[in-house]
Design a protein around this ligand. Structure first.
Ligand SMILES: O=C(CO)[C@H](O)[C@H](O)COP(=O)(O)O
Length: 225
């Protein structure tokens, strides 16, 4: 069993709210993606928080410095999870963990571009990170990379922290990600690029919550996607 997270990666405020409205009933967590939060700011978080009280909200700040100071307004405005780059100074990571704890929320450490993922994961888990983000970014996906090997490495450490996985996950790979130890399955393009985003979100959530990989139809679709 894993939770699902839909990454809202548009720059357009109204289009983001409209897509969230379609998808929110079918996912556990709404993610305001990094370009989206940079472009639209905290007002978008406030809008989504008010409209979707039943979803958790992750703000993908990818904080690189001033962890406590940068993340605090977002927790105050209703974020449940904020992200901090694992490549940043350990004091920055600690700042986001500390402010998450202050508000009873969670901090996620993003492993994107971290060279020694094992060492960093062990270090930040000890520091109290709530979620480890195994993440193959959009530019890395364009170069053909996937998150599966990193997921196996992090899950194999058995540190008892939540593990989020992002990087081109779709219905045909969601069961693999779930069974490899992810507790949060992130999907962006697979949902917003689908002809029917709500149906795509529902399909991925059914798999994340323990269903089979979409049955024969899902398997056939996976072959051609
Ligand atoms: O954080 C991100 C990019 O940095 C994306 O939101 C994340 O990778 C999920 O999107 P997709 O499923 O399209 O890879």
């Amino acid at each position: 069993m894993a939770l699902t997270q839909m990454a809202l990666d548009s720059l357009d405020f109204d289009a983001t709210v409209a897509l969230a409205t379609k998808v929110a009933p079918h996912v556990d967590i709404l993610e305001i993606g990094t370009p989206c939060i940079k472009h639209n700011g905290i007002k978008l978080l406030e809008t989504l928080r008010a409209k979707f009280p039943n979803n958790k909200i992750l703000v993908d700040l990818k904080t690189a410095d001033a962890g406590f100071y940068e993340a605090e307004p977002f927790y105050k405005a209703g974020a449940d999870i904020c992200t901090v780059l694992g490549t940043s100074d350990i004091g920055t990571v600690k700042g986001v963990i500390d402010v998450a704890n202050k508000y009873g929320k969670k901090a996620q450490v993003d492993l994107i571009n971290v060279a020694d993922k094992k060492a960093l994961t062990e270090q930040v888990a000890k520091l109290g990170a709530h979620i480890i983000g195994v993440h193959t970014g959009l530019d890395q996906q364009a170069a053909g990379q996937t998150p599966f090997a990193d997921l196996a490495l992090v899950a194999g450490l058995k540190l008892g922290v939540e593990i989020s996985v992002a990087g081109g996950v779709k219905a045909s790979t969601a069961a693999q990600v779930r069974d490899a130890g992810a507790t949060i399955i992130v999907a962006g393009a697979a949902i917003y690029g689908a002809a029917d985003p709500a149906a795509s979100a529902a399909e991925i959530t059914a798999i994340a919550h323990g269903g089979k990989s979409g049955g024969l139809f899902g398997w056939l679709k996976g072959l051609f996607s």
